[in-house]
Design a protein around this ligand. Sequence first.
Ligand SMILES: [Zn+2]
Length: 348
Amino acid sequence: MKRIIRTGVLLLLLFIAFSGPHRTAADAGTATASFPTVWDGMNWNRVYNYDFYVKRYPSVKKYYNGDKTKVLRHFVLFGMKAGWQGCKAFDVTEYRKQHPAISRLFGDDLPRYYLFYQLYGYKGAQTDLAFYGWKIMSKTVCIDPGHQGRGNYGTEPVGPGSGTRKTKVSSGTYGRYSRKNEYQVVLEIALKLQKELEHMGYKVVMTRTSHNVNISNAERAKIANKANASIFIRLHCDGQDYGSSLHGVRAMTVSRRNRYVSAAAAQKGQTLGAALAKYQAKATGQNVLQLLTTDEMTGLNWAKMPSAIIEMGYMSNPAEDRNLASPKYQDKIAKGLANGVTYYFTGK
Ligand SMILES: [Zn+2]
């Protein structure tokens, strides 16, 4: 018994000796981090180490009383913007000097460098992974969650210079079973898609993030044009006037003979629409019902870049309506669409 106690005391002393203030997770040589690195669904473990960060910036530790979650939050929301170093391996100031091409791409937007390194650059800036990441991080995606809280039944030209006019923005369909409005469902999915794409490194511009807006379909396309977006994705849901049998994903894009959009952009839009529909269906198990070309959609006609309307499913179909309203199913749709975007840009 005495011996056990003595061994216990010895182990305790050894533990105290080796767990002094200078011992860090990095020193310990273990892969298991003793601090959080995931913030808002994004892991920063390749550019952030708590022990390194607070050693470099002791005032942060002091200010947050050593609260590891708050220190991580500081790094993500403030540290990266200020160019503060979060770990030994990545120093943004050095990185910019060493990689002038990447520096031209991101300019003074410092968090983009951390994100690039975290996702694609950590193996080196000349690797296949880095080139793949370059393709993604140089793209801006404009997402338009269709409709809005109240329709605007004024009219506007269906395309630049056109004498034909159409309703500015209608109120959309509604869930016959979920009782949700289309404008609600599409915004919920759009916000998930935004996060999904941002975590992959895309720049994302939203035409709306609330229901209380008044933006016509032409104005939505102009938002994409002004942002110089690489692609314009318009999210909608279908509704059958009579019956409930139809279900599945549809994509609508302009034809190559469109008067307002170049044949090249039209062609690319068709590729985009097909990729989005295919990858959404792959993620959810839905069917691709139709790939339609039409030159009567104001929001497509005004867009200068490849664009597509994705009708994500039928709110008039019992099963699909419930699915579209379910947060877990919406996650699947968002992931599928994000994969479709990446397939469009990278072929992977
Ligand atoms: Zn709609």
